[in-house]
Design a protein around this ligand. Structure first.
Ligand SMILES: CC(=O)[C@@H](O)[C@H](O)COP(=O)(O)O
Ligand SMILES: NCC(=O)COP(=O)(O)O
Length: 238
């Protein structure tokens, strides 16, 4: 069964827009789990434009499902993850000013670096995953690093699927087959949505977990609007 981990970065983006505590990130994290999600994902960035490092600590006692912290393993990030000890850390090679994640690791060029940092997380009993493009060479390189899992970077699939190009799933299937053969667990994420998730899940063998944020929060807004507007109208018109 594929687990759903909800990325709550966007809740923090909205909260930060006004400087207060609305929406309340911790309440959302609790509710997301009550509603059935099997994990909470956050991806703090150095500029703390959405999830702040303090949020990562505050969420620790709230996340009773699987806590997944994603990010670029720079010193502050490593220190924080080792203190919090989430169930899983997902390493993503983001540039400091990246608007969102836009590439997977070059697992061949960075094997030694990844090996060292992955070993440190594993010594601390934190499961590791590394963000990779759907490229067979990168999967082979990932296996060399000692990581427990890979996270397939799904932006290109999502883009092509929305254009009607279902063949775009092909490299993801091939990578998933190879990763499983090499003993790697398979996660996936980025731009997955209600539109594409069923097709992705049905085609990718041994898919353990997906982390979904941007589309899921937008979909929740769309779905919630009618109910909330109705409630306002009731108050205004009675
Ligand atoms: C690794 C990945 O694809 C997601 O974590 C995504 O990058 C979320 O980050 P933002 O919410 O900053 O876009
Ligand atoms: N790891 C991917 C993730 O957490 C969510 O990505 P997105 O759904 O916000 O694109």
């Amino acid at each position: 069964m594929t687990k759903l981990s909800v990325n709550i970065n966007k809740i923090a983006t909205l909260r930060n827009a006004r400087g207060g505590n609305m929406p309340n990130l911790l309440k959302v994290a609790k509710d997301v789990q009550i509603f059935g999600a099997e994990g909470i994902t956050i991806h703090p960035r150095p500029d703390e434009r959405h999830i702040r490092y303090q949020d990562a600590y505050d969420l620790k006692p709230i996340v009773i499902t699987e806590y997944n912290i994603e990010g670029n393993p720079m010193d502050d990030f490593i220190k924080m993850v080792l203190q919090i000890k989430p169930a899983q850390v997902t390493l993503v090679p983001d540039a400091v000013d990246a608007i969102t994640s836009n590439a997977g690791w070059d697992t061949i060029k960075h094997t030694d670096f990844l090996k060292e940092i992955i070993a440190e997380f594993k010594r601390n009993k934190i499961r590791t995953s590394i963000f990779v493009d759907p490229n067979l060479k990168m999967i082979e390189g990932a296996a060399e690093t000692g990581t427990d899992r890979i996270e397939l970077y799904t932006e290109e699939f999502a883009k092509q699927y929305s254009l009607g190009n279902k063949e775009a799933i092909r490299p993801y299937i091939e990578c998933a087959i190879l990763a499983h053969k090499l003993g790697l667990g398979i996660n996936a994420g980025h731009d997955l949505s209600l539109e594409n998730i069923k097709f992705f899940k049905e085609n990718i063998p041994n898919l353990l977990e997906v982390s979904i944020g941007h589309a899921l929060i937008c979909e929740a807004l769309y779905d919630g609007l009618e109910k909330v507007i109705g409630e306002y109208l009731k108050k205004l018109k009675s």
